[in-house]
Design a protein around this ligand. Structure first.
Ligand code: GDP
Ligand code: MG
Length: 177
């Protein structure tokens, strides 16, 4: 079986951060297993999923970390950020508060992670466009100011999920190679 014989050239640790219920676990399920669940339980325990892919003829194992449902208590530990070369900072585009909190998440990230970390701001749940509470322009402007990538996604409809992760992984590869 190909996967067992595959030589891994790089392992990239990427962390998911952002408020509870914005869709972090479902984005991860979509990217790593092409699955989605409408009634996902709060994640228990820090865990990660991996997916192996090729970038520029190199085999890259993406190790994507999901929070332990600790978002509410701001108890994400420094171990979570340790060694991360990428971050997906997720808000729910139907929940203004989750976007307002992005500033705090970014502070927390910059306090813990390597300064060269590649960060993608993600407005998730784009399928619920009639309930939009965050204009794209606001997020785009913020991302530009803070030097982040930005994309709106839907884990449910599988919109831009692959592109968002691949953009971050490709940029990480570009930075380190
Ligand atoms: P987390 O707490 O950030 O990990 O959020 P979850 O991944 O557990 O998702 C919270 C809720 O939002 C669940 O009911 C998901 O099914 C739902 N959800 C996640 N992503 C989407 C999406 O893209 N569209 C819609 N409509 N619901 C989503
Ligand atoms: Mg979760």
């Amino acid at each position: 079986h190909g996967e067992f014989n595959q030589k891994i050239d790089y392992v990239f640790k990427v962390v998911l951060i952002g408020d509870s219920a914005v869709g972090k676990s479902q984005l991860l399920a979509r990217f790593s297993r092409n699955e989605f669940s409408l009634d996902s339980k709060a994640t228990v325990g820090v865990e990660f999923q991996t997916r192996t892919l090729n970038i520029d003829h190199k085999t890259i194992k993406a190790q994507i970390w999901d929070t332990a449902g600790q978002e509410r208590y701001r108890a994400v530990t420094s171990a979570y950020y340790r060694g991360a070369v990428g971050a997906m900072l997720v808000y729910d585009m139907t929940k203004r508060q989750s976007f307002d909190h992005v500033v705090r998440w970014l502070e927390e990230l910059r306090g813990h992670a390597d300064k060269n970390i590649v960060v993608m701001l993600i407005g998730n749940k784009s399928d619920l466009s009639t309930l939009r509470a965050v204009p794209s322009e606001d997020a785009k402007e913020f991302a530009q100011q803070e030097n982040l990538f930005f994309m709106e996604t839907s884990a449910l409809e599988s919109t831009n999920v692959e592109t968002a992760f691949l953009t971050v992984l490709t940029e990480i590869y570009r930075v380190i190679s």
